[in-house]
Design a protein around this ligand. Structure first.
Ligand code: AMP
Ligand code: MG
Length: 275
């Protein structure tokens, strides 16, 4: 199955500019037409091979870059997505940045400073594990900013992302959409499985207790910042195998559209013999 055949899927996940994100109406357990894990694995392998070719061309072209922004609640699968989707790509053409609670240095600058600083150089696929969207979601839930301030930030972000696109940095934003029950199970597993204990912090439960508020803030942020130059995609995340295929399909769609080109060879190569 090629990207072309499943392109309707990506179309279902995008949040069209001006439309509400509609998180409530989107099913986190959707399978997006995939029968089971086995089929998903086969589809994923094919997609990754296509992505690898285009990713290598992006690297060779060295004129533009792509940023995959991953947002979602705790245990939504941001780390797993990075591991699964980037597997098989040339590491030299990738960068991954984790955005935690801002450091003192970061806080001594505007909120986009650390974001801008982490953007991938030309030719690179950069992945953001959390991003500037924390500054309009977590920061708003925690009352670090009020509604008017948040609205101004939506405007900055739209314009920042527009500037980046016009300068050759293409942002693809993915919200990993899981259900409240799926998060409960995954967090419980982090407590019960010693191998996963390191991922759990007590504070995760305080964030979970404010689930509805986070969903509302995500709804507002996604709705306000999905643009034709930097669209949001809402990916069903309850099934990891569906999520991996969906995110890879989205990336492949963007890479196909960018259609990176291998640079022209130096003049005078014909007839040159390597001794
Ligand atoms: P984790 O990704 O599990 O390591 O957790 C990182 C935590 O940092 C999450 O609770 C985020 O919401 C929080 N965080 C990241 N960036 C910001 C920010 N700009 N403002 C407030 N909280 C943030
Ligand atoms: Mg965590």
């Amino acid at each position: 199955m090629t990207n072309g055949q499943r392109s309707g899927v990506v179309e279902r996940l995008v949040v069209h500019p001006g439309d509400a994100a509609g998180l409530h109406e989107r099913d986190p357990a959707s399978r997006l037409g995939l029968a089971d894990k086995t089929e998903a694995r086969d589809v994923l392998v094919g997609l990754q091979q296509e992505l690898d070719v285009l990713h290598n061309r992006l690297w060779a072209e060295a004129r533009r870059s792509v940023v995959l922004v991953l947002q979602g609640m705790d245990a939504a699968g941001k780390d797993g997505t990075i591991r699964r989707v980037l597997t098989g790509l040339n590491p030299q053409g990738c960068s991954v940045t984790n955005f935690k609670v801002p450091t003192e240095v970061a806080l001594s600058h505007d909120y986009l400073w650390r974001i801008h600083n982490a953007l991938p150089a030309r030719g690179i696929l950069g992945v953001f594990n959390r991003s500037h969207y924390e500054d309009v979601v977590a920061a708003r839930v925690l009352d670090l900013i009020d509604d008017a301030w948040c609205k101004r930030r939506f405007r900055h972000i739209r314009e920042f992302e527009r500037m980046l696109t016009e300068e050759g940095v293409f942002m693809v934003k993915v919200f990993l959409h899981i259900s409240n029950e799926e998060q409960r199970q995954r967090l419980q597993e982090r407590i019960d499985d010693p191998e996963k204990n390191w991922k759990f912090r007590h504070a995760d439960l305080e964030v979970r207790a404010r689930w509805d508020e986070y969903q509302r803030r995500y709804e507002a942020a996604i709705t306000a910042t999905s643009s034709k130059w930097a669209p949001w995609f809402v990916v069903p995340g309850d099934h990891k195998w569906v999520r991996d295929v969906a995110v890879t399909e989205i990336l492949l769609g963007v890479f196909s559209w960018l259609d990176p080109q291998i640079p022209e060879p130096e003049a005078g190569l014909e007839g040159v013999v390597v001794e």
